[in-house]
Design a protein around this ligand. Structure first.
Ligand SMILES: Cc1ncc(COP(=O)(O)O)c(C=O)c1O
Length: 374
């Protein structure tokens, strides 16, 4: 048996008729950048995320960058975020000349620990970027409260978390800006790069729209310095065709997570592994990440030898990356992030997985534990 980490073509039978229809429509229209299909997607994503507005952009990375630009973050400013995330979260802060200020994560959700944020706020702090890692919302109430009290902008990095919720609110609707990615591995992925920024303030909406096209509302007249952050119409067509299936795919991801949990319990190994907890419903399981005390890399190699493909998100926390050496963080600065980098492993969780594949993964992990221990 073979269990890939993700099987994008598995969804083609479902999606291709609508994808082809939308692509054809774009080709016939001759409008390949922005245009009506991007606007239609923006409206639908805003509705889905429960915001007033959404602006299609070129990637999740650019969604973060343009939000930071709109928030006026620049040279000498500080932005608080987590070191246990994809590089783009902190990279976008640095690209604007600002300093990423890292705060450690909670051990159960892998998300920024709100109780440690306040001590990192200085008079240079401009914004907080909570990341809803793996598809589970960060604990937003204390973050929003701290932001309000200290006059900080909140930019939600919801790249992995479209459709996830916090106390009934959709991620991307709680902060000033919500940033989404349509990278193919995301729960709502295109056939290339793409992203979206959500917001409910009309001023923010107008500003992000201007920044997306080099800061101009009126062609060739520039009030702001923006960039080319536009979304392709072809990508919008793909994402639009897929959006109608998102909830059903999310339910399948959630069901796969429950099945894994159940199978690990039945095998009596649920306590040796640390299984992912849904601390904050609704978790959308972009990733299903387990923890093992020992032999993580050996387990991964064993699974690969048995045709089960896994990933480590992420093997080196951002404060220890070479490119951030000038921030002068030392090893040990964020123990929970460092521990997670060493003991986590993401198992296949995509919607089209068959029950036999889930069984096979749990059997092979059980076999490894019996042979080598963890
Ligand atoms: C947490 C997080 N932030 C930002 C991004 C950047 O998104 P993109 O790859 O679309 O630029 C990603 C995805 O790769 C991500 O997982």
């Amino acid at each position: 048996m073979r269990v890939p980490l993700l099987d994008i073509p598995a969804s083609y039978e479902t999606i291709l008729p609508d994808v082809k229809k939308n692509i054809d429509q774009v080709i016939q229209s001759g409008r390949f950048v922005l245009g009506p299909i991007v606007e239609e997607l923006e409206e639908k994503i805003a509705t889905y995320c429960e915001t007033k507005y959404a602006v299609g952009v070129s990637s999740g990375t650019d969604a973060l960058l343009i939000s930071l630009m709109a928030a006026g973050v620049g040279e000498g400013d500080e932005v608080i975020t987590t070191p246990f995330t994809f590089f783009a979260t902190a990279g976008s802060i640095s690209r604007l000349g600002a300093r990423p200020v890292f705060v450690d994560i909670e051990s159960d959700t892998f998300n920024i620990d709100p109780s440690q944020i306040e001590k990192s706020i200085t008079d240079k702090t401009r914004a907080i970027i909570p990341v809803h890692l793996y598809g589970q919302s960060a604990n937003m109430n204390p973050i929003l409260e701290l932001a309000q009290r200290n006059n900080l902008v909140v930019i939600e990095d919801a790249a992995q978390a479209i459709g996830s919720e916090y106390e009934g609110r959709r991620t991307g609707s709680m902060g000033n800006y919500g940033c989404f990615s349509f990278f193919p591995t995301k729960n709502l992925g295109g056939f290339g790069d793409g992203g979206m920024v959500t917001m409910s303030s009309e001023d923010d909406y107008n500003q992000i729209k201007a920044l997306r096209v080099h800061g101009s509302n009126l062609k060739y007249y520039h009030k702001l310095i923006g960039g080319n952050f536009r979304l392709d119409a072809l990508q919008a067509g793909v994402v639009l065709a897929k959006l109608q299936y998102l909830d059903q795919w999310t339910e399948k991801r959630r069901k796969n997570a429950q099945t894994y949990n159940q199978l690990f319990k039945e095998k009596g190994i649920a306590d040796q592994l640390i299984l992912p907890l849904e601390v904050i419903p609704r978790h959308v399981y972009n990733q299903y990440v387990i923890r093992v005390n020992n032999n993580r890399d050996e387990l991964r190699s064993f699974l690969t030898e048995n045709n089960i493909f896994t990933e480590i998100y992420y093997p080196l926390p951002l404060h220890l990356q070479d490119c951030f050496a000038s921030l002068e963080y030392k090893k040990g600065a964020f123990p929970e992030s460092e521990k997670a980098a060493n003991d986590t492993i993401a198992l296949p969780i995509f919607p089209e997985l068959a029950k036999e594949q889930l069984v096979y993964v749990t059997e092979k992990i059980d076999e490894f534990i019996k042979k080598f221990g963890i």
